[in-house]
Design a protein around this ligand. Structure first.
Ligand SMILES: *Cc1c(COP(=O)(O)O)cnc(C)c1O
Length: 435
């Protein structure tokens, strides 16, 4: 097939994330990627601003991760995890136990972020079942959250963003507190947690757990909230004896400037989900890490075990890629890289906030993440084309134009990315524009 035939086939036969089979926008054909560059089959070379949705923290076609995967292919690519274990899984779980809070000790490996959220929710329910409190089947979360696209995960996503009305009667109904209003860099105000406080008190006997994204709410709005909010959530969970699940699928592994975002508030979760960047963007993998107390309580219940076991659990290739990726993180180089990206975003992007442009509602920076929130939604196809013409890969959604580049990006490459998002924010077509 030639370029156009492939484009037509794709439009006609292949679903892409959140797309229509009636009016699909054309997709850009990628031949390869290396470092922070994505190579299109039309010959264009784009600077990547997305890390393929938080994942490719050490860049594409990374020599070390390539080697780790190739070495593992030659040994065994997949083997069942029931009754069998292997070095890639053991080495990965050792790294996860070492890198996370000392109380997080027991690791459950699974396929994707959404599945890790399902696993965490099931662990919380089985925990209370084992303690003889099987009435605890509800979860408390906050508005604007995003936890994945499977039904359990969706049930704790923002009800408007994830269209709960479409699936009403099927999606479990959970409890939502108002999202935090005080930004990461704003002055803290205790009233921010009042909605959360009353919801937890009203529902304390029904709650299995609280689940939230720490400090940064990703796909539900790219909102960065005050670490004190998270600290108060931990205190309220302790006060009412409710488990705290932190979804670090997006924030984990250095993205916010700390290895895990809970470190901003000096707390720890009882159960934590990680995914996305875990394998450096190579293979699909996620993990749920819980305290020994949670894990042993679950295991003391009626079933005597935790009731979950994916076919591809502990996939050796994915584990091998992850081990090498996390070993690279362990050198600590990411700290300087992320700090340098944050400094540059503060200097080159944040000042846009003061410009008083009627198209721009807010500008936010945290770690290696820069966000422009517009007053109106963008015309996705039009803005996407503008970015490609500018030589960068940025994928806006709704009113948000944002970047989270690979940590290895260089100063001049980041300047180009920042310049491009500012230009598109100011001049790019918005939703009702004809483009
Ligand atoms: C992306 C994401 C998920 C879902 O992960 P998938 O791998 O897409 O299933 C869950 N939680 C958060 C916070 C995420 O950003």
């Amino acid at each position: 097939m030639n370029h156009n035939e492939k484009e037509e086939f794709d439009k006609k036969h292949i679903w892409h994330p959140y797309t229509s089979m009636l009016q699909p926008l054309p997709c850009y054909q990628v031949n390869s990627a290396d470092g922070v560059y994505i190579n299109l089959d039309t010959g264009e070379r784009l600077i990547d601003g997305m890390s393929s949705w938080w994942c490719a923290i050490h860049g594409y076609n990374n020599k070390e991760i390539n080697e780790a995967v190739v070495e593992q292919v030659l040994k065994v690519s997949h083997i069942m995890f029931g009754g069998i274990t292997h070095d890639p899984a053991i080495n990965l779980c050792k790294l996860l136990v070492d890198m996370t809070h000392k109380d997080l000790e027991c690791v459950f490996l699974c396929d994707s972020g959404s599945v890790s959220v399902e696993v965490a929710l099931k662990q919380a329910i089985q925990y209370w079942e084992a303690k003889g409190e099987s009435n605890r089947k509800k979860f408390l979360t906050i508005g604007h959250g995003y936890h994945g696209d499977t039904f359990g995960a969706m049930s704790v996503c923002d009800p408007v963003n994830s269209m709960h009305t479409l699936y009403k009667g099927y999606v479990p109904e959970n409890i939502f507190a108002d999202p935090p209003q005080i930004g990461y860099r704003d002055e803290w105000d205790e009233s921010d947690t009042s909605s959360f406080e009353s919801k937890i008190e009203e529902n304390k006997d029904k709650l299995a757990a609280v689940i939230i994204e720490p400090v940064l709410q990703g796909a539900g709005g790219m909102r960065m909230y005050h670490p004190m909010y998270l600290k108060r959530v931990r205190e309220l969970c302790d006060k009412h004896n409710i488990l705290l699940v932190l979804d670090e699928v997006a924030t984990g592994f250095g993205r916010t400037g700390k290895l895990f975002a809970y470190e901003h508030a000096n707390i720890r979760p009882d159960i934590m989900c990680v995914g996305k960047a875990i394998s450096g963007g190579y293979l699909t993998l996620a993990a749920v890490i819980s305290t020994r107390q949670v894990s042993e309580t679950i295991s003391s219940g009626k079933s005597g075990c935790f009731m979950h076991g994916p076919t591809f659990m502990g996939n050796p290739l994915a584990c091998a890629a992850s081990v090498r990726n996390l070993e690279m993180l362990q050198t600590g180089k990411w700290r300087e890289q992320v700090a340098a990206i944050e400094n540059q975003l503060l200097k080159e992007l944040l000042p846009l906030k003061g410009e008083n442009n009627s198209r721009i509602k807010d500008v936010r920076v945290l770690g290696a993440i820069g966000v422009i929130e517009l007053t109106k939604p963008v015309n996705m196809g039009g803005c996407q084309k503008m970015f490609v013409d500018l030589g960068v890969w940025v994928r806006p959604f709704g009113k948000l134009i944002y970047i989270m580049p690979p940590y290895i990006i260089k100063q001049d490459e980041l300047s180009k990315l920042i310049g491009s998002i500012i230009k598109v924010a100011k001049e790019g077509p918005i939703k009702d524009d004809v483009y």
